[in-house]
Design a protein around this ligand. Structure first.
Ligand code: ATP
Ligand code: MG
Length: 356
């Protein structure tokens, strides 16, 4: 395969959940890539579909969820996510053991409380490499050191309850990288931690990325985390991609979707201390009352008559940036393609905060 192909491509993923005899679309026509060694942030507020997206990639969906369309390419292998017979499920299962690993928000979900933490890493190492137990234990200690556990020789025999939240999260990260995955899926792995530990874990991810050259798909509701850690971003709202780009800086400095712009305005920034923080009016629609057009339309300052009733086409805008909006920010004409003069910094819709 050529190096131009991404490590992971998800294309046209639509997922429905069955509730009380009815079916609701939780994800609609999602597409995004993660390159080798790339970190993509998948950002969206609560209920936007971030966890379901990760679960669809892993083939670990709740029993009442069904994928109605979606293709996935991972490291050269193709998967039809909507047609999961026994064989397809087994292929996805194999990926979970080897190429892809997942880090959850809450370490207690992933760690077995009655097995010493080192053992849990050793198991992952042995599954992957068929190493002998003694060598796997040494490797587990090495991994624990790699994730910043200083007294790894002692901690290797500790049970999860003996460790702080931050240390447990590090153990889970060590277990996740033990299988030398090509892709790591992270579901808000720092939300449950206090700010200092959160910062340490984010630095650890940056370090691991360089060390392992693994792709990272990092789910968060926090744009500041994306700015710190990621190369590219996909912004989700109510199960739909609003905006996506491999040029993270451009999205932060010149957002084109009104939702991205509103989220940036409502994110605290050190340069704007003392200024009142913008708050997006209203709340996200439930799966049952999402408009047929743009899901953000009812809350959007740039809304026009067609927004709630016209399905937004899968249109690419400036510099290959994906923007699902009929009237993008900065567009004087109200058309999807911006005029040439609107492409410079003058099209900024707010004073760009210092994310970098
Ligand atoms: P959070 O930030 O709160 O973790 P999220 O972006 O991860 O949110 P998801 O858990 O992916 O959101 O859920 C997306 C939507 O699908 C939500 O409206 C949620 O209520 C709904 N949903 C998720 N799982 C199910 C399920 N098994 N049955 C019915 N609805 C579900
Ligand atoms: Mg979630």
């Amino acid at each position: 395969m050529t190096s131009r192909e991404p490590l992971l491509s998800v294309e046209d993923l639509t997922l429905k959940v069955r509730v009380g005899g009815a079916e609701w679309a939780a994800l609609e026509h999602l597409s995004f890539d993660v390159g080798y060694g790339e970190a993509r942030g998948l950002v969206g507020e609560s209920g936007s579909g971030k966890s379901l997206t990760l679960r669809a990639i892993l083939g670990l969906l709740p029993p009442n969820a069904v994928i109605t369309s979606g293709r996935m390419q991972f490291d050269g292998d193709e998967f039809d996510l909507a047609r999961q017979g026994k064989q397809e499920r087994r292929r996805l299962e194999r990926l979970r053991g080897a190429g892809i690993s997942m880090i959850f928000q809450e370490p207690s979900v992933a760690l077995n409380p009655v097995i010493p933490v080192g053992e849990q890493i050793v198991d992952a190492v042995m599954r992957r490499d068929g190493m002998r137990r003694a060598a796997a234990r040494d490797y587990a200690i090495h991994l624990m050191e790699l994730v910043g556990i200083h007294d790894a020789e002692q901690k290797v025999d500790a049970y999860p309850f003996e460790l702080s939240g931050g240390l447990k999260q590090r153990v889970m990260i060590a277990a996740a990288v033990a299988g030398k995955p090509k892709l790591i899926l992270c579901d808000e792995p720092t939300t449950a931690l206090d700010v200092t530990v959160q910062q340490q874990i984010l630095s650890l991810f940056t370090h691991l990325r360089d060390e392992l050259d693994a792709g990272l798909l990092y789910v968060t509701h926090d744009l500041a985390v994306v700015a710190q850690l990621c190369d590219s971003v996909t912004v989700l709202y109510s199960g739909n991609v609003m905006e996506g780009s491999t040029d993270l800086r451009a999205v932060f400095e010149r957002p084109q979707h009104p939702y991205t712009e509103a989220r940036l305005r409502s994110t605290p920034d050190i340069d704007r201390i003392g200024r009142r923080l913008y708050s997006i009016p209203g709340s996200a629609p439930s799966l049952a009352d999402r408009p047929v057009g743009c899901p953000f339309a009812p809350r959007c300052e740039h809304r026009q008559d067609d927004c709630e009733i016209t399905r937004v086409p899968d249109t690419s805008s400036i510099d290959g940036r994906e923007v699902h909006c009929l009237h993008p920010v900065g567009s004087a004409t109200g058309q999807i393609e911006l005029a040439e003069e609107a492409r410079g910094p003058s099209s900024r819709c707010f004073s760009a905060p210092t994310w970098w």
